[in-house]
Design a binder for this molecule. Structure first.
Ligand SMILES: *[C@@H]1O[C@H](CO)[C@@H](O)[C@H](O)[C@H]1NC(C)=O
Ligand SMILES: *[C@@H]1O[C@H](CO)[C@@H](O)[C@H](O)[C@H]1NC(C)=O
Ligand SMILES: *[C@@H]1O[C@H](CO)[C@@H](O)[C@H](O)[C@H]1NC(C)=O
Ligand SMILES: *[C@@H]1O[C@H](CO)[C@@H](O)[C@H](O)[C@H]1NC(C)=O
Ligand SMILES: *[C@@H]1O[C@H](CO)[C@@H](O)[C@H](O)[C@H]1NC(C)=O
Length: 210
């Protein structure tokens, strides 16, 4: 690489200066911009569907419990605690929002930390069009019910410090499939955990003036 004396004389000093600049940056400006958290659907269970006839209205009401466990991981290497709040999870069946639930706020203090977060939904045909309810029951009888899950809320990065940043978080977990081996068994998600798509938006870039 050294084909002239002048180049040779400059090569090592240049490398040294570059190394110093990189080292300085690492020490005084650690990875400032944090990375999006990782969301996965870890497991899903759905109770057998309960169909009850209302003798006075002659209507059949179908209800079930759907319990979803999310795996949430703080992907930051350095210490950027995350605080998740106002979190709402919703189940979408073919673009129809059929059930929704609030999730208690939670923290992730340590880099690389991961936690499991539960969401227990009640799904009732009372909350949807009868055609949608019928379609879900048909799927259940055929052995597989498929749906998408959307999680929305707020995530605070480095809360309670003067560099706190607030983001809106939008998570979408698509094509979750739950298999039922018979109409009396509890269904569970097939095919292992499912990665979700995460988007962070910073619509209100708050500057903390403390
Ligand atoms: C889901 O959770 C609810 C409430 O904790 C419980 O009643 C239901 O049996 C659970 N269902 C499954 C499939 O674990
Ligand atoms: C509900 O009523 C319909 C007819 O009215 C009947 O076919 C069905 O078996 C009943 N279902 C239950 C769970 O009682
Ligand atoms: C049956 O239907 C009637 C009329 O819609 C309603 O008032 C009643 O609460 C229902 N009963 C049950 C057990 O769902
Ligand atoms: C789904 O519907 C519920 C109840 O109407 C609502 O609170 C929730 O925000 C909706 N979810 C989405 C992602 O629109
Ligand atoms: C469950 O399936 C069995 C056999 O397929 C059937 O005889 C039974 O009526 C079904 N039960 C319900 C509640 O649909």
């Amino acid at each position: 690489m050294c084909n002239t004396d002048r180049c040779c004389a400059l090569f090592w000093p240049c490398i040294l200066i570059l190394a110093c600049v990189v080292l300085f940056g690492q020490i005084f400006f650690p990875e400032y911009h944090s990375r999006d958290p990782n969301f996965e659907v870890d497991s899903v269970t759905i109770n057998p569907f309960d169909m009850s006839n209302n003798s006075s209205s002659h209507k059949t009401t179908t209800t079930t419990h759907c319990n979803i466990t999310f795996f949430v991981q703080n992907r930051n290497k350095k210490s950027f605690p995350l605080y998740f709040k106002d979190i709402k999870a919703s189940i979408f069946y073919k673009k129809e929002n059929i059930s929704s639930i609030e999730i208690r706020p939670f923290f992730q203090l340590n880099p690389k930390e991961n936690i499991l977060v539960n969401a227990n939904f009640v799904v009732s045909s009372e909350d949807m069009d009868s055609s949608v309810a019928n379609s879900i029951v048909q799927d259940w009888k055929s052995g597989v019910v498929g749906f998408n899950v959307v999680v929305r809320g707020t995530v605070k990065i480095d809360p309670w410090t003067d560099v706190e940043e607030n983001y809106l978080i939008s998570v979408s977990c698509e094509e979750i499939k739950v298999g039922f081996s018979s109409n009396v068994t509890t269904g569970s998600m097939s095919g292992g955990s499912r990665k979700c798509h995460v988007v962070l938006l910073n619509p209100f870039h708050e500057v903390d003036m403390r």
